[in-house]
Write a protein that binds this ligand. Structure first.
Ligand SMILES: Cc1ncc(COP(=O)(O)O)c(C=O)c1O
Length: 381
């Protein structure tokens, strides 16, 4: 008798490396969470909602006040169709729950879903649980997408392509040129695009975030995933939202109502209040994170690591092949145990890791003191 729906699935690499960091009292640059707090007015707003007795279930799709401010925001950023709070936005307890609902709702038994590796670790298991088949293509080492391979991979069974922009772990931004290339490949197909945009408000230098909902050829068959955990520096709050056309939202909500029914009420009310009174808040997130990236990169320039470009999200990839030829998991464990700095081995994001790739991912969403201390240690190698 089959006893596991996910045979071979162990604890995620984030759990493993965070536990190792705790055991060795290492600086934890592994798991992607900020070391600093959300805006105090947001926290006060949550308290106020709780004290005012707003502690019961929210409507299934989420508090209307929050969906309305999100719809207004998105419309002001330019969307192919006008986003309607009732028809298009569903508040969920974190992007992970949103992604799970989307895969369960839209992927049928035997459907193929294309992922670009390195890919975030919750996609493939959720697809498998929906009865689907993840088809994994690799982003090229220079950061370009394999659009020719994608063209060949698409067939009658292909239901969905998953894009993640800005990208975890590579820090790549899927810009207008990439969306145009993807649109071209998907012309004359009905393939759905799931765009994981949880780092949408962390883009650096000249980069701009382009949502799938801004792409004329794709928006009507697309789902965008957002996370307040990322945008508010509050990953422990587990709050996010899913934006999709009405027909897809209808199916996604059918599943979501049985996954969680509703996200927590006080934080939704606080998020709505906070966004309404801070119309330019999201812009400030990129500024803060870019300063963090610049500090981390600047300090590591003196090291023997080679730094890959980082245009968005809050991760820096380093190539350590000038320091060691150990496989990346070994090396990440070694650094945690002996140097006291924890990272994530990038091979964990691949089905078939490149055997000679020597890349680690560091999260730089940390206090400056932590960044200074960790880079000082890393420069000793
Ligand atoms: C690419 C990506 N998608 C989704 C998530 C999950 O977001 P949430 O914490 O809102 O569930 C993360 C969190 O690290 C992520 O990096």
């Amino acid at each position: 008798m089959q006893v596991s729906k996910l045979p071979g699935q162990g604890a995620s690499i984030f759990t493993v490396m965070s536990a190792l960091a705790a055991k060795h009292n290492a600086i934890n640059l592994s798991q992607g969470f900020p070391e600093f707090n959300p805006d105090p007015t947001l926290v006060e707003s949550v308290h106020r909602a709780m004290k005012n007795g707003l502690n019961q279930y929210s409507p299934m799709a989420g508090q209307l006040s929050l969906r309305q401010v999100l719809a207004d925001r998105q419309n002001s950023w330019g969307r192919v169709f006008s986003i309607d709070a009732d028809k298009h936005i569903t508040i969920v307890p974190g992007a992970t729950a949103g992604l799970f609902s989307v895969f369960q709702a839209l992927v049928m038994s035997g459907d193929e879903v294309i992922l670009f590796d390195p890919s975030y670790d919750c996609y493939a298991p959720s697809i498998v649980l929906a009865g689907g088949v993840p088809v994994r293509l690799s982003i090229n080492p220079d950061g370009s997408y394999p659009f020719d391979a994608l063209k060949h991979a698409i067939n009658a069974k292909t239901k969905m392509v998953v894009v993640n922009t800005p990208h975890n772990p590579l820090g790549l931004v899927f810009g207008r040129a990439q969306w145009a290339a993807l649109s071209q490949v998907l012309t004359d197909t009905s393939v759905i695009v799931l765009s994981d945009e949880v780092y949408e408000h962390m883009v650096f230098d000249e980069s701009e975030h382009v949502s799938v909902l801004q792409v004329p050829e794709l928006a009507h068959r697309a789902v965008a995933i957002s996370s307040f955990g990322k945008t508010f520096h509050a990953t422990g709050w587990k709050l996010g939202y899913v934006t999709a056309p009405e027909n897809l939202t209808h199916e996604i909500r059918k599943i979501y109502q049985f996954l969680a029914f509703a996200a927590n009420t006080p934080m939704q009310i606080a998020a709505a209040e906070f966004l309404s009174s801070n119309p330019r808040y999201e812009k400030s997130v990129s500024t803060v994170m870019q300063q963090k990236r610049d500090l981390f990169v600047d300090r590591l320039h003196k090291s023997r690591f080679r730094l890959l470009p980082c245009a968005g999200a809050y991760f820096q990839i380093v190539d350590y092949s000038d320091i060691s030829d150990r496989p990346d998991l070994d090396f990440a464990i070694h650094l945690t145990e002996t140097l006291g700095v924890a990272s994530i081995p990038v091979s964990a994001f691949y089905e078939n890791p490149h055997p000679n790739q020597r890349w680690l991912r560091f999260c730089f969403a940390k206090n400056d003191e932590t960044l200074l201390k960790s880079t000082e240690l890393l420069c000793q190698l």
